[in-house]
Design a protein around this ligand. Structure first.
Ligand SMILES: Cc1cc2nc3c(=O)[nH]c(=O)nc-3n(C[C@H](O)[C@H](O)[C@H](O)COP(=O)(O)O)c2cc1C
Length: 358
C-alpha cells in the first residue's frame, strides 16, 4: 500500500490516500455564504484523494468564528453547491465537516441570545471577536433534553443540505474541543442525566447524532472526526483509563452504523489507543498526528505504508500547496505558509499560492 493506492471510502473511491484535512479559513463573511473564492480554493486542491472542508456551522447559535461558513440557509447551500461543482469539475471529491462550536464562541459572533454546551462551564480565557477585540468566554447555557434533540436535528438538516448541494458526504466534528467533543470529556460535561457521568453516558449524544445523520443521508456518506486526549479549549481528557473507556464506548456505538470512515487526530496514531479504536471500528481509518509537528511527506507515507492507517489527513502543507500530491510525487519543495493570511482576508494567502508548473 502506498499513498497513491486507491481507497474505497463509503459511497466513493479515492484515487489516493492523501486527504486534505479540515481547516477553518474564515473567508465567508457575515452571512456565512462561501463565495466563488472559496470554490476556487477547494478546486485548486482537487488532486488530493479527498478534501474535507473547514468546519461548517449547522445553526447560527453554533457558529464559532466570524467569517466561518454555514449550511443553514438556501444561500449558503447554493454557495456549497458551487464548491461541489468546482471540485468535481476539477476531478476531486469533497466531504463537508459539520461543526457545532458549542461554548467556543460568543454571542457577538453567533448573533444569538446565548451559546450552548453540555454544561454551564465557561472556557477560561478570552475569545477573539469579529472586530479583533477580545472578551472573556461566556458561560454557556447547558442544553436541555429538548435542546439536545434540536442540536441533533440541526446536524441532520445541515447534512441533508450538504448532500442536496452535491457534496459527497459529511464529517461530524467530534474533535478539538467543540460541542460534540465537549460531551465526551468529564471536564466539560458534568451532566447528571443520561448524557453525562459514565463514559457510556458521555458518548451517548455523539452516537445519537451519528445515528440520526446516517438515517437521513446513509452511512456511506458519513464520517466522524475524534481527537482523544487533545487537551484543547478546556476539553481535558487526562485520565488514560477514562479516555480509553469513553472512546471505546463511542466507537462501539458507531461501529454497527457502518460509517464511511473514522478520522482520528492523536499524537501517536500507531499507539495502542488508536489501533484498538481502529479494530473496534472495523472500517476505514484516517490518521493525523496533530498540531505538534507539521505532517511531512515521510510521515504521511509511513502512516500508510506501515498500515497504521488507511489514509492520512494533511493540514498545514495544504494551505500553501494546492498541488501537494504532485509536489510529493516529484520530490519538489513545499511553499511556505504565510501565517498572517491563514485566517480571514481575501485571495492573498488563500488562492494565490503557486503551483509547480507556474
Ligand atoms: C488554520 C487551521 C485551521 C484548522 N481548522 C480545523 C477545522 O475546522 N476542523 C478540524 O477538525 N481541524 C482543524 N484544524 C486541524 C487540522 O485539520 C490538522 O489536524 C492539523 O493542522 C494538524 O495536521 P498538520 O500537521 O498536517 O497540519 C485546523 C488546523 C489549522 C492549521
Amino acid at each position: 500500500m502506498t499513498l497513491l493506492s486507491p481507497l474505497a471510502l463509503g459511497a466513493i473511491t479515492l484515487p489516493n490516500r492523501l486527504v486534505m484535512a479540515p481547516m477553518t479559513r474564515t473567508r465567508s463573511g457575515d452571512d456565512g455564504v462561501p463565495g466563488p473564492m472559496v470554490a476556487e480554493y477547494y478546486a485548486q486542491r482537487a488532486s488530493s484523494g479527498l478534501i474535507i472542508t473547514e468546519g461548517v456551522y449547522p445553526s447560527r447559535e453554533s457558529r464559532a468564528y466570524a467569517g466561518q461558513p454555514g449550511i443553514v440557509t438556501d444561500e449558503q447551500q447554493a454557495g456549497w453547491a458551487a464548491v461541489a461543482e468546482a471540485v468535481h469539475e476539477a476531478g476531486g471529491r469533497v466531504f463537508m465537516q459539520v461543526m457545532n462550536g458549542g461554548r467556543v464562541s460568543h454571542t457577538s459572533i453567533t448573533g444569538t441570545e446565548r451559546i450552548v454546551a453540555p454544561s454551564a462551564i465557561a472556557i477560561e480565557g478570552e475569545v477573539r471577536l469579529g472586530d479583533g477585540s477580545k472578551a472573556p468566554y461566556p458561560v454557556p447555557e447547558a442544553l436541555t433534553i429538548e435542546g439536545l434533540a434540536q442540536v441533533r436535528d440541526e446536524f441532520v438538516a445541515a447534512s441533508r443540505r450538504a448532500i442536496d448541494a452535491g457534496i459527497d458526504g459529511v464529517e461530524l466534528h467530534a474533535a478539538n474541543g467543540y460541542l460534540l467533543h465537549e460531551f465526551l470529556s468529564p471536564a466539560s460535561n458534568v451532566r447528571d442525566d443520561a448524557y453525562g457521568g459514565s463514559p457510556e453516558a458521555r458518548a451517548r449524544f455523539v452516537i445519537g447524532v451519528a445515528e440520526a445523520v446516517v438515517a437521513e443521508v446513509g452511512a456511506d456518506r458519513v464520517g466522524i472526526r475524534i481527537s482523544p486526549s487533545h487537551n484543547i479549549q478546556d476539553v481535558l481528557e487526562t485520565d488514560a483509563d477514562d479516555v480509553r473507556q469513553t472512546y471505546t464506548a463511542l466507537v462501539r456505538g458507531l461501529a454497527p452504523l457502518g460509517l464511511a470512515y473514522l478520522s482520528v487526530l492523536h499524537a501517536e496514531p500507531a499507539g495502542e489507543l488508536v489501533q484498538s479504536l481502529r479494530a473496534e471500528f472495523g472500517g476505514v481509518l484516517i490518521a493525523n498526528s496533530g498540531f505538534g509537528v507539521v505532517t511531512t511527506h515521510d510521515e504521511a507515507t509511513a502512516l500508510v505504508t506501515d498500515e497504521v492507517a488507511d489514509a492520512v489527513a494533511v493540514g498545514r502543507h495544504y494551505i500553501a500547496n494546492p498541488d501537494l500530491l504532485e509536489r510529493w510525487e516529484r520530490g519538489a519543495e513545499e511553499n511556505e505558509v504565510v501565517a498572517a493570511t491563514i485566517y480571514g482576508g481575501g485571495a492573498s494567502g488563500y488562492t494565490d499560492y503557486p503551483r509547480l508548473s507556474a
